[in-house]
Design a protein. Structure first.
Length: 462
């Protein structure tokens, strides 16, 4: 069982986990594992984990990958998805390791660096060491501590000052394991001053074995810059996906994060944002559509550390069958963070009596010149709206589809990339109709046009 064996696994492979890292990072990794030992795996007695149970997952044995695959891997064969009309730089993670087409690190003409975090420690130590581990509190989260101790590789992206990356960077996290797999990729994205970056991040499994992914991404955004981050999750029912984003945002900069969750066994997304300079902004949106026994948990923390910052959260979910959803959003406004604007909204629709949603929006305010609000709703489809549509001759099924689509589209329509917005809009439509399960190649592989559900069954009024 992983819960009992994790300590033996660490001791047996400690040299591999530390190999190649500078001395202070080695010490950080050792300290992180000590912090994990102190707290252990999270459990239901912890307030933040009260509604998300990992015990059944941790009772299984998992295989870890302490070195990259040495066999030849045909990237074009295992990853065939292309998003029409969307030109991207494509970056592959394979079983937790950066998978190179040409070299472990690529430097573009504009100075942008993309590639392996492990290699970046060797080639660009000043950049990596200035940020690695600086935005992660290993004492507050056991899973972040475990990732810090175990992570060996991941994706590194560096955008220098005064550079706008014209094309989105698409990160594909591929899991291809014949046995139950436990991987812990670590990503570092550094964006300089007066710069911009768009990231499209999706997770994909080739083998539907039990899997546990514990990923952590640190994002530094310099002054007057912008990062647009899209996270798509369409995993199989045997997967447990734990993701963490720790973002540090400087003055007059913005992080926009949009998460779309369509399928998965257990999914938990942690987003921690520190607004560290005046006029910094965070715009976080999420949409989750879950059914059967799926479970999704969104944990959001925004820290307003300085005055004149803005944050906005909008998370919406449709929960069917016996599925469950959790939203825990916390906004902290420091004493000196005057003129703060912070808004938080979570809305859930339950389609059955067995579905459940737990929502806990929180405001912790120590300043007195602020505009802050939070709200949460858990309910069913509006019966008045259903009656209105039915009275116009629309059948019950189509009326339900219209209401659910309208509910979901508020998040989808905020996507700034037109080709991505169209494709995800089609996928949401399919998901609501029950037609979309796990795509054959990845969650962006459906190239055919989704059927137009608006061709409804309209009966003549008598």
């Amino acid at each position: 069982m992983l819960k009992k064996n994790i300590y033996d696994i660490y001791r047996a492979h400690q040299n591999q986990l530390l190999d190649g890292f500078p001395e202070h990072v080695k010490q950080l990794k050792k300290t992180a594992f000590d912090a994990f030992q102190k707290n252990g795996f999270p459990h239901n007695r912890l307030e933040k984990w009260r509604h998300t149970d990992l015990s059944k997952v941790l009772d299984h044995d998992f295989e870890c990958y302490f070195e990259p695959e040495k066999k030849h891997i045909d990237i074009e064969k295992i990853f065939q998805c292309e998003l029409p009309e969307m030109d991207t730089y494509t970056v592959i993670q394979y079983n937790g390791w950066f998978l190179s087409r040409y070299s472990d690190l690529s430097k573009l003409d504009n100075g942008v660096i993309i590639g392996s975090l492990n290699q970046a420690f060797k080639d660009y130590p000043d950049i990596v060491q200035a940020h690695f581990g600086k935005y992660t509190d290993i004492n507050s989260s056991a899973m972040q501590a475990l990732n810090t101790a175990f992570a060996q590789d991941g994706i590194f992206i560096y955008v220098p000052d005064n550079v706008v990356v014209e094309k989105p960077i698409q990160i594909i996290n591929i899991l291809d394991a014949p046995h139950n797999a436990f991987v812990q990729p670590r990503n570092l994205f550094v964006v300089g001053d007066n710069s911009a970056l768009t990231l499209v991040h999706c997770d994909h499994s080739l083998e539907h074995k039990l899997s546990l992914i514990n990923s952590l991404s640190e994002i530094y955004i310099g002054e007057n810059s912008f990062v647009d981050h899209y996270k798509m999750q369409n995993k199989d029912a045997d997967s447990t996906l734990l993701t963490t984003i720790n973002a540090h945002v400087e003055a007059a900069s913005t992080i926009a994060a949009n998460a779309l969750i369509l399928n998965g066994g257990i999914i938990r997304n942690n987003i921690n944002v520190k607004l560290n300079g005046p006029q910094a902004k965070a715009d976080l949106k999420g949409l989750y559509l879950v059914d059967k026994h799926q479970h999704v948990d969104n944990q959001i923390f925004i820290h307003h550390a300085v005055p004149q910052c803005l944050s906005n959260q909008l998370y919406k979910g449709i929960i069917d069958d016996q599925a469950g959803a959790v939203f825990n959003g916390r906004i902290l406004v420091d004493k000196d963070a005057q003129q703060t604007n912070a808004f938080q909204t979570n809305k859930n629709i339950l389609l059955t009596d067995e579905a459940n949603a737990y929502s806990q929006p929180q405001l912790e305010i120590y300043a007195d010149d602020v505009k802050c609000s939070h709200g949460s709703t858990v309910g069913q489809l509006d019966p008045d709206a259903m009656f209105y549509l039915r009275s116009r001759g629309i059948c019950e099924h189509s009326a339900r589809m219209l209401l659910m689509y309208a509910f979901a589209s508020e998040v989808v329509q905020t996507i700034a990339i037109d080709a991505l917005k169209e494709r995800l809009d089609n996928m949401v439509t399919k998901r609501l109709k029950g037609e979309l399960s796990i795509c054959d190649q990845c969650m962006l592989h459906c190239s055919e046009k989704a059927p137009d559900f608006l061709r409804m069954d309209i009966k003549p009024l008598v």
